[in-house]
Ligand binder design. Structure first.
Ligand code: SG5
Ligand code: ZN
Length: 263
């Protein structure tokens, strides 16, 4: 499989605080989506998601981003359809953002950067029993990517924003309940791009079917400012570092196809 490739590359990354040995491959993420080069595929079905807000458990600062985690021991939050052959289970969602509104997303569209990007991470529960197992396998994960643009305040996002001051430092966790991840979807989820890629943080395994929404959501500048008040550092560290620019640099497409569900 793609993730078994053994060669290693060294790269500098804002989040990873220095050069890091990471497994390399030909199917890395994120990428630039060139709209005119994407190939329309009439076989791509609409996505079908079904989420239970009661399964939302906690929110934590893991030193890369903040994650909202769901109980994934049963099939209560599922994603199927779209480009997917199997049923996938939601385990967490998180964001990537910049220090200013001029950049912050991981994917770009015709080289256009967005101030932030939401990732909803799902694992294949038809074929695997644990997230940790799925992470290593082709078709193990499906991640939905949604771009954020600055505009009107987002009502659904505000409950999250209100919880952030409690997890300002790395490794802080608080209970977070009854949150519907679908409240962060754009109104049209039928139009998307899809391609095979990788996680954008270690372990960077090439196990991800990426589904990137064409339509963005709008959030206010003030809401993003609260994201930027989080810290990469733990409470014990002397020099505190703002959690900003927590995105990976773009990776070469290397002949991969990006398909679109729309013309
Ligand atoms: C994996 O990739 C990581 C997440 C990481 C996303 O899902 O999970 C693991 O490696 C656990 C075995 O990290 C964690 O959940 C911390 C334990 O998410 C982040 O680090 C937040 C940025 C990254 O996924 S992504 O490709 O969608 N960006
Ligand atoms: Zn991510």
């Amino acid at each position: 499989t793609a993730c078994s490739s053994k060669y290693v590359l060294s790269q500098m990354h804002p989040m990873w605080h220095g050069p890091l040995e990471v497994p390399g491959g030909d199917h890395q993420s994120p990428i630039d989506i060139a709209v005119k080069k994407a190939v329309f595929d009439s076989e791509l079905k609409p996505l079908e998601s079904s989420y239970d807000p009661q399964t939302c458990q906690q929110i934590w600062n893991n030193g890369y981003s903040f994650l909202v985690e769901y109980d994934d021991t049963t099939d209560k939050n599922t994603l199927k359809g779209g480009p997917l052959q199997d049923k996938y289970r939601l385990c967490q969602f998180h964001f990537h953002w910049g220090e200013s509104n001029d950049w912050g997303s991981e994917h770009t569209v015709d080289r256009r950067l967005f101030p932030a990007e939401l990732h909803l991470v799902h694992w294949n529960s038809d074929r695997y029993t644990l997230f940790e197992e799925a992470v290593m396998e082709e078709n193990g994960l499906a991640v939905i990517g949604i771009f954020l643009k600055v505009g009107k305040r987002h009502e659904g996002l505000q409950k999250l924003v209100d919880a952030l001051p409690a997890i300002r430092h790395k490794d802080s966790v608080v209970e977070f309940t009854r949150f519907d991840p679908a409240s962060l979807f754009p109104s049209n989820i039928d139009d998307y791009w899809t391609y095979h890629g990788s996680l954008t943080t270690p372990p960077l395994t090439e196990s991800v079917t990426w589904i990137v929404m064409k339509q963005h959501i709008e959030v206010s500048h003030d809401q993003l400012a609260v994201f930027r008040s989080l810290l990469f550092t733990s409470a014990e560290e002397e020099v505190q570092k703002s959690m900003v620019n927590n995105f990976r640099v773009q990776q070469p497409l290397r002949g991969r196809a990006v398909r679109s569900s729309f013309t």
